[in-house]
Design a protein around this ligand. Sequence first.
Ligand SMILES: Nc1nc2c(ncn2[C@@H]2O[C@H](COP(=O)(O)OP(=O)(O)OP(=O)(O)O)[C@@H](O)[C@H]2O)c(=O)[nH]1
Ligand SMILES: [Mg+2]
Length: 309
Amino acid sequence: MAIVADYRNLSVIVPAFNEEGGVQQTLEALKKNLPNAEIILVDDCSTDNTPEMAKKVDGVHILRHRFNRGYGAALKSGMVSSNREHIAWFDADGEHRTEDLQAMFKLLEERSLGAIIGRRQVKGQQKVRFYGKLVLRLWARLLGLRLDRDLNCGLRVFHKEAILPYLNMLPDRFSASTTSTMIMLEKKYPIEFFDIRTNPRIGHSKVRLRHGFETILNIFRISMIFAPLRIYGTLGAVLVVIGFVYGLGMALTVDKGFPAFALVVLMAGFFLLAIGAIADQISRWQLSAAGSHSLDLRRTPLAEPDGKH
Ligand SMILES: Nc1nc2c(ncn2[C@@H]2O[C@H](COP(=O)(O)OP(=O)(O)OP(=O)(O)O)[C@@H](O)[C@H]2O)c(=O)[nH]1
Ligand SMILES: [Mg+2]
């Protein structure tokens, strides 16, 4: 007898804003292919027929924001009301395939991972988006993070303990996906990227250029929360080295002692290092409170060493 996979351990959160074209089909596919999963549609105060279309599918929990709050806010509302151990994010526009979600969930459970993040193919992507994503990756790299190809794919699955303690760090808008990737990496949770295929979206895209700028700002914000010493420390060390080398060079070659300018640069470097050390203490203190529920996850025997991220 064939064993039918059971998804009673999983909540699927579907954020939707004006997705009357794709929402019914998306929910039907989830109901059919993920039996017993809890499916939560968060309608972000759509102005079209999204709620009516969603109601046509039985057994879906529908939450509705009273005003439009954004993609990240919708995901947070859904996650807070989820009752299962694992949480998936799944777009309402028909773009994601349930086969991919099934495979990702299986892997997450089998390997006790903190998260699995979808990785879309670069081929066929709009040029603008391709370069936008490149800028995001370079920016993250500059801040000391080696990120994989796709930071902000909307299809991902988490162990609840890996994401719930950080809900207040997730922004309300589109950068919630990039931010959640960074949180997983900064917390050194065992995670994997998983190659997925996507269908063309049904209906209009909601992504705008300003969302890219918001994301750049949020990458910086998260780095400051998790690893302030990396930013202040690098900048401080660079200034100290410049000040010292320049000052010493001038003192030895031009016979007028250590120049004042070099001293100022040196001092600025030391100040930045000191600020970094204090910020680091504050950050550790804050994060130990936020992440204390997640410690078990880090000790799971199947957890991968995270050196490869
Ligand atoms: N709750 C909520 N969901 C939103 C909002 N904007 C977009 N979404 C949903 O978030 C998901 C992803 O949005 P998309 O516009 O598809 O963004 P994308 O998948 O990155 O890019 P495209 O599919 O190419 O447009 C979809 O299910 C949208 O309905 C919003 O303001 N609030
Ligand atoms: Mg989409």
